[in-house]
Design a protein around this ligand. Structure first.
Ligand code: C2E
Ligand code: CA
Ligand code: CA
Ligand code: CA
Length: 273
């Protein structure tokens, strides 16, 4: 017969809430996922106002052996909480650089990669990125790191962002306008691009004007930043954004996130730029 667990352990496990136990299991599964290569990258095109493909955002998916294809909403929070976002983010960056110097080399497309603030703080991240840029053959400016503005208010982060720009990569403020002090970020951090969050794009409807979207685009222009709109879902939003001078558009109306091989096959069928 199996030995009974020591009394203090029985106590401990019985005190763990269902929720805590679920999180522990998720963390274990994330570790396995890294070891067993269960993560996949999807690419969602970004288009200039004339409709030409200009780049893509890299979006993480998890091909879970039991639960199927999972989106970041199902696992990123736990990855952040457990610190696993660092090795996961490093894997994403590896794959993106390999694409830029490999299958996407001659396309000239840029790739935008979401970076967690934990990665930014990690000294190993800088070393790793520097090595990637040395070992892969592509212009660093084709790599755009997207950081969520609401997470940037930590000491030392401005210096870190400057160091990244010195490597030649570009920086984007993601989910722009949804934090509490967006304008302050633009003053304190030098970035190359702002991404207008989907909540503002959603506000573009036939019934009313979208003064915030208009103003964010004007702000971006005044600061000489690239302005990208995310979550564009219909022709009306596209037309509105184009008429107000948006630089790039991203959203289901233009292209859905696709597995890399699907994205590449479609790219081959496009006429050369
Ligand atoms: P995000 O950076 O704001 O990325 C845009 C999200 O909106 C993506 O969701 C994308 O699939 C979705 N989307 C794009 N166009 C449309 C549209 O027209 N309509 C609607 N309803 N949705 C649209 P996804 O792929 O589920 O990713 C969610 C979030 O997870 C991302 O939000 C990003 O913050 C995070 N994320 C994704 N990949 C990574 C990664 O590699 N590392 C880190 N740290 N975070 C990631
Ligand atoms: Ca993003
Ligand atoms: Ca967003
Ligand atoms: Ca985001």
């Amino acid at each position: 017969a199996r030995e009974a667990p020591p009394p203090h352990l029985t106590f401990y496990t019985s005190q763990l809430s269902d929720w805590e136990q679920r999180l522990n299991r998720l963390e274990q599964e994330l570790r396995t996922a890294l070891d067993e290569h269960q993560f996949r990258l999807y690419l969602q095109g970004q288009f200039d106002p004339a409709g030409h493909l200009a780049g893509a955002e890299v979006l993480l998916r998890w091909q879970h052996p039991r639960d199927g294809l999972l989106a970041p909403g199902d696992f990123i929070a736990e990855a952040e909480h457990s610190g696993l976002i660092r090795p996961m983010g490093q894997w994403v960056l590896d794959q993106a650089c390999a694409l830029l110097s490999g299958a996407l080399h001659d396309s000239g497309l840029s790739l935008s990669v979401n970076v967690s603030v934990q990665q930014l703080h990690d000294d190993a991240f800088m070393t790793h990125l520097t090595q990637l840029l040395e070992h892969h053959d592509f212009a660093p400016r084709r790599l755009i790191l997207e950081v969520v503005e609401s997470l940037l208010v930590t000491p030392g982060i401005a210096a870190r962002l400057d160091a990244l720009r010195e490597l030649g990569v570009r920086l984007a403020l993601d989910d722009f306008g949804t934090g509490y002090s967006s304008l302050r970020y633009l003053q304190d951090f030098r970035v190359d691009e702002i991404k207008i969050d989907k909540v503002f794009v959603d506000a573009i409807t036939s019934r009313r004007d979208a003064p915030l979207v208009r103003s964010i685009i004007a702000l971006g222009k005044a600061l000489e930043l690239r302005v990208v709109a995310e979550g564009v879902e219909n022709a009306m939003q596209q037309d509105y954004l184009r008429a107000r001078g948006i630089d790039f558009l991203q959203g289901y109306y233009l292209a859905r996130p696709e597995p890399i091989d699907v994205f590449l096959r479609r790219l081959e069928r496009l006429p050369p730029a």
